[in-house]
Write a protein of this length. Structure first.
Length: 284
């Protein structure tokens, strides 16, 4: 009973810590979304079929069998800590499925890992990682995203990389954090809603000069959003897991307490019966 009580105190404390961190992480997610949405809308308005053929980040390379690049990259974002239920295992499972799909298509997959859990798993199964980052933690910045994706942008623009996929946890709510797969490179031109009004832009110096600056920024922003959403999802998943653990510990404690009281009561009843029986025997 004491052991269960001590465990319950630990899980309750971890639940409260994750709750406090979740609010700040959720604020970062909410603040990042309007900028990302505006950036996507501007790019969708600027890109034309003519410009799409001119920019390397927008061109889809040919398949390996047709002479295209044979390397594809995956950027997997997990957490540095566990005790978050199936949070990390779901992300790792998504990465494994994507690796299998790319390898069956003839690509050589370069895996880039962020977070101890994902890195540790692929080390355990003997799969080498192209890069490993465990220093980002749960407070990612735009500089972290730039450090991760800038070398990959250069590889893709040079024609040595066929694609870049980002696997992260999509933050819908603290109770819903499913793994998400997004193709970062080549850039998928966002589509505007059909009912949306197309702005009448005055472009200076021109659409091509603007896109040259916006496309790398858009890619970095996708990775940054993946980092902040995964951080928020981690705290949400850990809070849920620790709440369930705390509730289960309470139920186990109640069960042990009832069992203890029943055994204690039975022991006392037996002792009383023995005393009464002994007294009756002496009187007889």
């Amino acid at each position: 009973m004491r052991s269960v009580q001590n465990t319950r105190k630990i899980t309750r404390t971890m639940e409260l810590v994750s709750t406090s961190k979740l609010k700040r992480a959720q604020d970062r997610v909410v603040s990042a979304r309007p900028y990302a949405q505006a950036l996507a809308e501007v790019i969708s308005d600027l890109v034309t079929p003519e410009l799409q053929a001119r920019f390397p980040l927008l061109r889809k390379p040919a398949a390996p069998a047709a002479g295209g690049p044979k390397r594809a990259a995956i950027l997997l974002i997990t957490s540095n800590r566990g005790l978050a239920g199936g949070f990390n295992s779901n992300l790792i499972k998504e990465a494994r499925h994507r690796i299998e799909a790319l390898e069956s298509a003839g690509y050589q997959v370069d895996l880039h890992g962020v977070g101890r859990k994902g890195i540790g798993y692929f080390r355990y199964i003997g799969r080498p990682l192209a890069t490993q980052r465990i220093d980002i933690g749960d407070k990612p910045t735009a500089d972290h995203a730039s450090e991760l994706v800038t070398p990959l942008i250069e590889e893709f623009a040079a024609g040595r990389l066929a694609s870049l996929d980002l696997i992260y946890a999509k933050f819908h709510s603290p109770l819903s954090t499913p793994p998400a797969l997004v193709t970062v490179l080549p850039v998928q031109t966002p589509e505007r809603p059909k009912s949306g009004v197309r702005p009448d832009y005055i472009l200076k110096p021109g659409a091509d000069e603007i896109l040259e600056q916006l496309l790398p920024l858009y890619v970095r922003n996708l990775v940054y959003r993946g980092l902040v959403e995964t951080a928020a999802s981690e705290h949400g998943a850990r809070r849920t897991a620790m709440k369930n653990a705390t509730d289960n510990a309470g139920e186990i404690y109640d069960l042990l307490k009832r069992t203890y009281n029943r055994q204690r009561q039975a022991s006392i009843t037996q002792e009383i019966a023995e005393i009464v029986g002994g007294a009756a025997a002496l009187e007889g």
